[in-house]
Design a binder for this molecule. Structure first.
Ligand code: FMN
Length: 204
């Protein structure tokens, strides 16, 4: 419980979570699903920042551009955002069986050198991550999750097992009721809560 003392006498800090989706679409199904996982994380005591990757103005990674100009401001801003949070909550759309180029590009820039000479990987190594996905297809984008997990783990992240792959996702949101069908809300919120649990333990 945030603010309480643990058995070592230290106070539990509420975990901070950076949440984003791999979609730039205004009507993104993944962004909608993400909101429910975010709500679960907040209910579990976390402070959650939701950002849009498309707002960072990240050119496609280019080694020549990096060598001549350094990291673009958008890449530095994304690194800073990640540095300021304990964990990542990612909603991952599936594009041709993988995750999106927008997301991979952001992770590639994230991994590049920091101004102090450390690797950008140091910003995420040892931190927790959770991945959810939504797709109009029956598999709910689960293949994108598998591919993304491999990359996040390569970056040193601890990807929690809890997840949701929301199939036929366009049918699962009841706009009149303002969100996900009630039968699925608990599952989506549970992922956010599970991430807070692990992130809090890692930050004690
Ligand atoms: C280039 C492209 C490839 C896609 N490939 C897949 C796929 O392999 N599997 C799948 O379930 N959906 C696939 N889709 C459909 C997406 O899941 C769907 O567009 C979804 O709504 C994207 O997520 P968003 O709503 O968060 O933007 C693809 C869509 C695009 C544009």
């Amino acid at each position: 419980v945030p603010g309480e003392f643990n058995r070592y006498g230290a106070t539990f800090m509420s975990a901070t979570i950076l949440a984003f989706s791999g979609s730039s679409r205004t009507a993104s199904l993944n962004a909608k699903l993400l909101q429910h996982a975010v709500a679960g994380a907040r209910q579990a005591g976390a402070s959650v920042t939701v950002v849009r990757l498309a707002d960072y103005e990240l050119p496609i990674y280019d080694g020549d551009l990096e060598e001549q100009h350094g990291l673009p401001p958008g890449a530095r801003a994304f690194q800073d955002a990640v540095a300021q949070h304990d964990a990542l909550l990612i909603a991952s759309p599936e594009h041709n069986g993988g995750y999106t180029a927008l997301l991979k590009n952001a992770l590639d820039w994230l991994s590049r050198l920091l101004p102090d000479g450390r690797s950008g990987i140091s910003l995420v190594a040892g931190k927790a991550a959770a991945v959810v996905s939504a797709s109009p297809g029956n598999l709910g984008g689960v293949r994108s999750q598998t591919a993304l997990r491999i990359v996040l783990e390569k970056l040193g992240m601890i990807v929690i097992p809890q997840s949701i792959a929301l199939g036929q996702a366009q049918l699962q949101f009841d706009e009149a009721q303002g969100g996900l069908k009630p039968s699925l809300v608990g599952a989506a919120q549970g992922v956010g809560a599970a991430l807070v649990n692990v992130a809090t333990r890692l930050t004690v």
